[in-house]
Ligand binder design. Structure first.
Ligand code: 8YV
Length: 323
């Protein structure tokens, strides 16, 4: 398949670059002195796109690549890609679901416990020699808490399954109530927030969820409330969160994702009582390797005529054509 050309806009993990390079001809736009004119030069021969980074992929780039067949995204979330527009144009979009589900769920539990029991702060207390002067102050507890999950998809369910072992009450909110799920459904996000004291966000990004955890929801979560976000930063109205934390509208937060990564609002960084992680939900060697391999596998499968392995909902593929 060396005659098939794949465009990459920014560097991806070696496994992906090597895998694509081995099977296809990889066009590395970022290595060119003028990436824009390079893309123009090679545009008509590009049939696959592995974006890399957080570049926004939409109609403007599709216009530039008239023979594009597939966009292979690294990550289960693909809010940086206009998949509806891709679907309209008959371009397949693939993501990397399932292989990261358990890893992200583990991280969510770790972040929740770290936030409730102040693990990073207690670590700092020891390292800074403060233990010699006194014990670390007592912390809040997970005992007796009610956890509300925003977005009960694959990762949300894996988190819920783990939380069952923690003996906490579980409820959820999402686009619709799901049959066969043993957790209570709340019909609005505000109701979910009002009825729980840990709001755990796993919802995907995009226009539908943009800023939905705002001032009202945080107020409903209340002064003992904890916000955990492992989904997308855009789901939370960050300025409203800063205000809610500062004014003690909620108790604390544990965040793995931010609206404008890798930039994190200075107000959040300055708050010692919250826990901040640099988007590491899926970032173990094994899981990232599996995600990277799935990016390559999607391209190889597509160009071998076997269809995409994991197409997204907006560009479903059944056999030989779009569904
Ligand atoms: C990764 C993620 O950080 O899968 C996702 O949607 O957010 C993460 O697993 C990212 O996509 C890797 O590039």
């Amino acid at each position: 398949m060396k005659d098939v050309e794949i465009l990459m806009l920014s560097p991806m993990m070696p496994l992906i670059m090597e895998g694509i390079d081995k099977a296809f001809t990889l066009r590395r736009a970022w290595q060119q002195p003028d990436p824009e004119s390079y893309i123009r030069e090679v545009s008509s021969s590009i049939r696959g796109l592995a974006p890399g980074g957080h570049a926004h992929i939409d109609g403007a780039i599709f216009d530039k690549l008239p023979n594009l067949e597939i966009v292979a995204n690294m990550g289960v979330g693909y809010d940086t890609i206009d998949a509806k527009e891709a679907g309209r144009r008959g371009i397949i979009v693939t993501n990397t679901p399932d292989v990261l589900t358990e890893e992200v769920a583990d991280l969510a539990l770790g972040l929740l416990l770290a936030t409730v029991r102040h693990l990073p702060q207690a670590d700092r207390h020891l390292r800074e020699g403060k233990w010699l002067k006194g014990a670390y102050p007592l912390t809040p507890t997970l005992r007796g808490r009610k956890v509300g999950i925003l977005g009960l998809g694959r990762i949300g369910k894996a988190i819920a399954k783990r939380l069952e072992g923690f003996d906490v009450e579980l409820s959820y909110y999402g686009r619709s109530e799901q049959a066969g799920v043993p957790y209570r459904y709340e019909s609005t996000l505000k109701d979910l927030a009002a009825k729980c004291d840990v709001l755990l966000c796993v919802a995907p990004g995009g226009v539908e969820t943009n800023g939905i955890v705002g001032a009202e929801v945080l107020k409903a979560l209340g002064p003992d409330g904890i916000l955990i976000n492992v989904g997308r930063g855009s789901v939370v109205d960050e300025p409203a969160l800063v205000r809610a934390l500062r004014d003690k509208t909620i108790l604390t937060a544990g965040l793995d994702v931010f609206a404008d990564e890798p930039r994190v609002p200075a107000e959040l960084v300055a708050m010692d009582h919250i826990v901040l992680l640099p988007h590491v939900g899926s970032a173990s060697v094994e899981t990232r390797r599996a995600m990277g391999q799935l990016v390559v596998d999607n391209l190889v499968s597509w160009f071998s005529g076997k269809g995409p392995v994991t197409p997204v909902a907006e560009t479903p593929f059944r056999g030989t054509a779009f569904a």
